[in-house]
Structure formats: structure tokens, C-alpha cells
Design a protein around this ligand. Structure first.
Ligand SMILES: CC(=O)SCCNC(=O)CCNC(=O)[C@H](O)C(C)(C)COP(=O)(O)OP(=O)(O)OC[C@H]1O[C@@H](n2cnc3c(N)ncnc32)[C@H](O)[C@@H]1OP(=O)(O)O
Ligand SMILES: O=C([O-])CC(=O)C(=O)O
Length: 371
């Protein structure tokens, strides 16, 4: 038996959803650069679930279906109100709320393909509502329901802020959602696939995936990037701060990637957005500081910025609370998790690797009074 720490380089499944080849990311063969420039998030979700781009009428119907499924059951809202949101992290609250949502779905354990697709729409739609409701409830405000005429990104900001966002803000969130939607067999997607490969239900798969995304080595890094930038405070402190972290063998959040060696193709889009948005808000220092850190780490450690790095200053510029950064990631990535869950069900086999045992050799049992 040979073991590979962290399963590096192990090809664990076949998939038709997204690919990373030679540092290029595609969804169903479409380049991420094209999708980021031209697509709505709904169009991308349709693509990931149906493996084809929608026609205009298919997209209109899909958008309407998502908007119609955004409302939360009253019991779920009541439950969100019962959390102590002054101490509970929104990712923990989201994980619990998605699990709870399964209790209010009559089809939760119905395994037919059509029922699974209906649940996928409900979950995708309601994730946005849960995240925004959590954000409002903890500010002592009432959740705001969706406006049926708004697209997903616009509705997200409307439900978050209680007023319609401007075009620049909607475009920024739409692009961020497109860029985060899927990423081959990342840790949270693998978690979802392992879970449902036991033929467990979609809610269990997504709940497990949220737990995996929450960690700082994965989706949780974006919040920590902003924590780091805030601690640095001013541009001139950036390099001394980073040097000290490196000397202490601490990781720089938002840097490095298991698969990309020469750069994450999503980062340049977020970098551009960060530059534009920080200029608009008069807070260019967040962008300038980020560039300094990126350049230093690239030059001294050979590590590129990943998707989490510039998303931090983008979300901050949109006035979003830092602990909502990872829930926003989840609101997008649930589309990828659901695509992979549907693909796993379609051609399922239990996922059960082996472990190389390195514990003590066979030992003689000793009765408790003799230990
Ligand atoms: C959406 C996403 O999930 S993108 C990733 C988000 N996560 C982060 O940004 C957290 C910071 N980055 C990291 O921890 C890593 O780069 C990961 C987890 C993303 C990838 O990890 P791996 O490919 O397994 O690399 P691993 O953690 O084994 O590190 C290899 C070497 O590079 C170093 N390294 C890797 N990333 C970093 C970093 N961000 N800062 C400093 N050093 C780093 C490690 O210390 C290690 O050095 P060593 O060999 O001297 O001990
Ligand atoms: O693929 C990975 O390991 C992490 C990542 O970038 C993502 O999930 O978007």
C-alpha cells in the first residue's frame, strides 16, 4: 500500500462538470474568463446542472423558478432568530440552517432524479435567503423577502441591505458568484460526494460540504485575508508584517493552492474588481496592500494568490461584514456541490479508500485491574 498525504495527485472520480488543465479552469468546457465576463450566475448554475448553456427561454424559466423558491419556511426563520448570533459564526449557523431546511422538505428523502433536481433549485435559492436573513437578524432587523423581478445577484444584495443595489454592486456580486461556482474536486465538493455516495440525501451532502468549506485552509481563508489586511492597517506595514509571519512559519491566507502552481485564473478578475471598487470607495489602500503582499509572496515563496485573496477586499468594498465572506462563497459553491451530487447519484459507487495502518502491532489485551 502506498499513501499520498492529503490525496495529492490522486484522481478519485470522473466528472463532466469542471476541469483544471494547465492552470486553466473551465465549466463544462467553457473558459472561466468568458463566463466571468458574459454570464449571469443563473446561466452558470443552469450550465453546471444541465451540462449545456440555456436558451433565452430556458434561462428565463430557470430564473423565475429560483426566484419563486427563495422564501424560507417561517419555522426556519424562527429558528434563525433563536441563535445567539453575537457569538455564533454565520457559517456554523448556515450549516445548521441548511440541515434544518431538510426537515421542512417533504421530498428530502425521495431519491428520484426529478425530485433531486427540484430540491437542488430549492436549496440554491434558499441559501441566499438564509445568509441574508442571518445578517439582518443579528442587526436587529427583519429579514427581507426576495423581489421576483430581480436576478439572483441583485436579490442577494436586496435581501441583505433592504434596498436595491446599484449596477456596479450587482455586477461585482454576480461576477464573484460565477467565479466561485465550481472547482473540480476541491475539499468541500469531495466531502459532498463522499456523503451522498452512501445514498444519503442532498441536504446531508450540502450540510457536510458547508462544514468542509468553513475551514481556513479552504473557503474560510477569505475572511482571514481581511483580518490580516485590517491588522496590517496601512500600506507601509504590509511587508514587515508578512516577513514576520513567514519567519514564524505562519501561512499567509489567500496564498497558495494545491492544484495551481502558476496562478489561479479567477484571481485576476477579483484583483481587477478590487482595484475598481476600492478606488470608488476611496479605500485604495486595501488593494495596494494586497498587491504588495501578492508580489512579495510570489517572489519569495513562489506561491500565487488564490480566489480567496482579492475577494476579501472586493466584499469589504461592498460594505459586507467580514464573517459573511465565506457564507457568500457557500451561496455560490452550493451550485457546484449540487451539480456534483447529481452526477454522483447518476453513476454511484460507495467512496471508501483504505488507510495504511501505522499504529502498534498486535497487542495482548490487559485486564483493567492490571493496567
Ligand atoms: C477556495 C480555496 O480553498 S483556495 C485555498 C484557500 N486557503 C488558503 O488561502 C490558506 C493558505 N494556503 C494554504 O494553506 C495552502 O497553500 C493550501 C492549503 C491552499 C494548499 O496546500 P498544499 O498544496 O497542501 O500545500 P502545503 O500546505 O502542504 O504547503 C506546502 C509548502 O508551502 C508552504 N505554504 C503553502 N501555502 C502557504 C501560504 N499560504 N503561506 C505560507 N506558506 C505556504 C507551506 O508552509 C509548505 O512549506 P514547507 O514545505 O516548507 O513546510
Ligand atoms: O480547488 C481547491 O482545492 C480549492 C479552490 O480553489 C476552490 O474550491 O475553489
Amino acid at each position: 500500500m502506498t499513501t499520498t498525504k492529503g490525496l495529492e495527485g490522486v484522481v478519485a472520480t470522473q466528472s463532466s462538470i469542471s476541469s483544471i488543465i494547465d492552470d486553466q479552469l473551465t465549466y463544462v468546457g467553457y473558459r472561466i474568463d468568458d463566463l466571468a465576463e458574459h454570464s449571469s450566475f443563473e446561466e452558470v448554475v443552469y450550465l453546471l446542472w444541465n451540462l449545456k448553456l440555456p436558451t433565452k427561454s430556458e434561462l428565463d424559466a430557470f430564473k423565475a423558478d429560483l426566484a419563486a423558491n427563495m422564501e424560507l419556511p417561517e419555522a426556519v426563520i424562527a429558528h434563525l432568530r433563536s441563535y445567539d448570533l453575537s457569538t455564533v459564526h454565520p457559517m456554523a449557523a448556515l450549516r445548521t440552517a441548511v440541515s434544518l431546511l431538510g426537515l421542512y422538505d417533504d421530498e428530502a428523502d425521495v431519491m428520484e432524479e426529478a425530485a433531486n433536481k427540484r430540491k437542488a433549485v430549492r436549496l440554491q435559492a434558499k441559501m441566499a435567503t438564509i445568509v441574508t436573513a442571518l445578517a439582518r437578524i443579528r442587526q436587529g432587523k427583519n429579514p427581507v423577502g426576495p423581489k421576483k423581478e430581480l436576478g439572483f445577484a441583485a436579490n442577494f444584495l436586496y435581501m441583505l441591505n433592504g434596498e436595491e443595489a446599484n449596477d456596479i454592486e450587482v455586477e461585482a456580486i454576480n461576477k464573484a458568484l460565477v467565479l466561485h461556482a465550481d472547482h473540480e474536486l476541491n475539499a468541500s465538493t469531495f466531502t459532498a460526494r463522499v456523503c451522498v455516495a452512501t445514498l444519503s440525501d442532498i441536504y446531508s451532502g450540502v450540510t457536510a460540504a458547508i462544514g468542509a468549506l468553513k475551514g481556513p485552509l479552504h473557503g474560510g481563508a477569505n475572511e482571514r485575508v481581511m483580518k490580516m489586511l485590517t491588522e496590517i492597517g496601512e500600506e507601509e506595514n504590509a511587508i514587515p508584517y508578512i516577513k514576520e509571519k513567514i519567519a514564524n512559519k505562519e501561512k499567509i491566507m489567500g496564498m497558495g493552492h494545491r492544484v495551481y502552481r502558476n496562478g489561479d485564473p479567477r484571481a485576476k478578475h477579483l484583483k481587477r474588481m478590487s482595484k475598481e471598487l476600492t478606488k470608488i470607495t476611496g479605500q485604495a489602500k486595501w488593494y495596494n496592500m494586497s498587491v504588495k503582499i501578492e508580489d512579495y509572496i510570489k517572489e519569495n515563496k513562489g506561491l500565487p494568490a488564490n480566489v480567496d485573496f482579492y475577494s476579501a477586499s472586493v466584499y469589504h468594498s461592498l460594505g459586507i461584514d467580514h464573517d459573511l465572506f465565506t457564507p457568500i462563497f457557500a451561496t455560490s459553491r452550493v451550485s457546484g456541490w449540487l451539480a456534483h451530487i447529481l452526477e454522483q447519484y447518476d453513476n454511484n459507487r460507495l467512496i471508501r479508500p483504505r488507510a495504511e495502518y501505522i499504529g502498534p502491532k498486535t497487542q495482548e489485551y490487559v485486564a483493567i485491574e492490571n493496567r
